[in-house]
Design a protein around this ligand. Structure first.
Ligand code: FCB
Length: 466
């Protein structure tokens, strides 16, 4: 018999969600409009015209959702707070009903023995702030401080793990440069400004969190990906270097290196820095490099880059045959667990992150319930197994990995893709709001219980076929 891959004692096993993706109740109890409400209500923006108006109705079903988490044996739950639920106008008056919702949620989690990991900002900016320039405006970082203060003052006695921002690169690039996400802007120069104000918001928030939540740990979550060249040609290698803007543009300033000169030159060549770094004011870089307790990493796939000439936009190539064993149902998301161990090592040995959590990892497969009501999502189990084994390997190599959160607890609103992509380990029936734990949920529950995975998924699949 082969030995199990054991994780360190106290390893944090969790699941993650985000407010707009699960809560629904988009205009109840004094909640203000968010940029995602506006975007989803704009025809043509989201696949099939889906919206997060109801989503998983978690706002009304949070108690049963906590009971479900408890049944799965989750040690931790990562969720986010809807800023416009707490500050409907973005700043100023606090909506106590909004705060009370999260307060009850936190109490419910603690009573169930589940540690809350609270993400302050997972993309649903108050629309009123968007109309004043959103993240492209420095004032949004100031409002974010008010928001952070309100939430940490209310919950800081009970929440002891805080994540300032989820994936600022996606907010900046997908929201302001490529228009794939809310607010749907199409201007690279705005995106670069937004990236700075997001980082600034993070840097300014950390001392506020420390003040209002003594003894808590705080960090930021980045989507680092794993970017490699398609060949050894000089152009392909340069394409991969440029593709790293997704993480280096954020990791470098966070870890005291300022904005990378090579990427600044690339952005300038794209006219994305028409006035240079004029948005960086004195003291900003010091604020951004504030020391944190951990780095959150979201990882899903690798990106293989090529380019046929210097300066041309990098293109992504797909080395593996396109099938569901090599790619998930999210178009072009290649399954590549070694990318996860690779990025964890890079953050540890190159950036010296003191502690890391994988704050998201998971796969979209739409396997439905069968006639007996069971969801045999074997591919998701394989995906999770491969990536959890990669985490184990990283820990053995010296990565200070303290926890792993599967994305997602349940199927939910997947941004531009609406309800088509299903990432949950729990099936959501959107008509009845019934939750059905998939086979992957049972498998994950066993991993948590053993604090270990089998080296080979086939050997660990007893619970899957039972
Ligand atoms: C990440 C997001 C998360 C979810 C997954 C699939 O980029 O943080 O909300 O949509 O992708």
């Amino acid at each position: 018999m082969t030995a199990l891959l054991k994780f360190p004692a106290g390893f944090t096993w969790g699941a993650a969600t985000a407010s707009y993706q699960i809560e629904g109740a988009w205009n109840e109890d004094g909640k203000g409009e968010s940029c995602w409400d506006r975007f989803a209500h704009t025809p043509g923006k989201i696949l099939n015209g889906d919206t997060g108006d109801v989503a998983c109705d978690h706002y009304h079903r949070w108690k049963e959702d906590i009971a479900l988490m408890k049944r799965l044996g989750l040690k931790a739950y990562r969720f986010s707070v809807s800023w416009p639920r707490v500050l409907p106008k973005g700043s100023g008056a606090v909506n106590q009903t909004g705060i009370d919702f999260y307060s009850r949620l936190v109490d419910g989690l603690l009573a169930a023995g589940i540690t809350p990991f609270l993400t302050l900002f997972h993309w649903d900016l108050p629309q009123v702030l968007e109309e004043k320039g959103g993240w492209a405006s420095r004032a949004t970082a100031e409002s974010y401080l008010e928001f952070t203060d309100a939430v940490t003052r209310a919950l800081g006695d009970r929440v002891k793990a805080w994540i300032t921002l989820n994936e600022p690169a996606v907010v900046a690039w997908a929201g302001y440069a490529t228009a794939r996400h809310a607010p749907g802007r199409n201007d690279y120069a705005l995106a670069v400004r937004a990236s700075h104000h997001l980082l600034l918001a993070h840097g300014w928030a950390i001392p506020v969190i420390r003040r209002n939540s003594p003894g808590a740990e705080a960090g930021i979550t980045l989507n680092t990906g794993w970017t490699v060249p398609a060949s050894n040609s000089i152009h392909d290698r340069d394409a991969a270097r440029r593709g790293e803007i997704w993480h280096r543009w954020f990791l470098d300033p966070l870890y005291g290196r300022g904005y990378p000169a090579d990427l600044q030159a690339d952005l300038a060549a794209q006219n994305a820095l028409p006035h240079g770094l004029d948005f960086v004011q004195s003291g900003d870089l010091e604020a951004i490099q504030v020391s944190t307790d951990f780095l959150g990493i979201n990882y899903y796939f690798r990106t293989v880059c090529r380019s046929d000439a210097p300066g041309n936009d990098p293109q992504t190539v797909f080395p593996a045959e396109k099938n569901l064993d090599r790619y998930t149902e999210c178009e072009n998301w290649e399954i590549f667990p070694d990318g996860l161990s690779g990025i964890l090592k890079r953050c540890t040995f190159e950036y010296l992150a003191p502690k890391i959590y994988v704050t998201e990892n998971g796969a979209s497969y739409s396997t439905p319930p069968d006639s007996s009501g069971r969801v045999p999502d074997v591919r998701r189990i394989r995906y999770l197994h491969g990536h959890i084994a990669a985490c184990h390997e990283a820990i053995r190599s010296g990565v200070p990995l303290a926890g792993y959160f599967v994305w997602s607890l349940m199927d939910n609103f997947e941004w531009g893709q609406g309800y088509k992509q299903r990432f949950g380990i729990v099936w959501t029936d959107y008509k009845t709001q019934q939750r059905i734990p998939k086979d992957s949920a049972r498998w994950y529950a066993e991993v948590i219980q053993n604090n270990a995975v089998d080296p080979f998924v086939e050997m660990g699949s007893g619970s899957v076929s039972s």
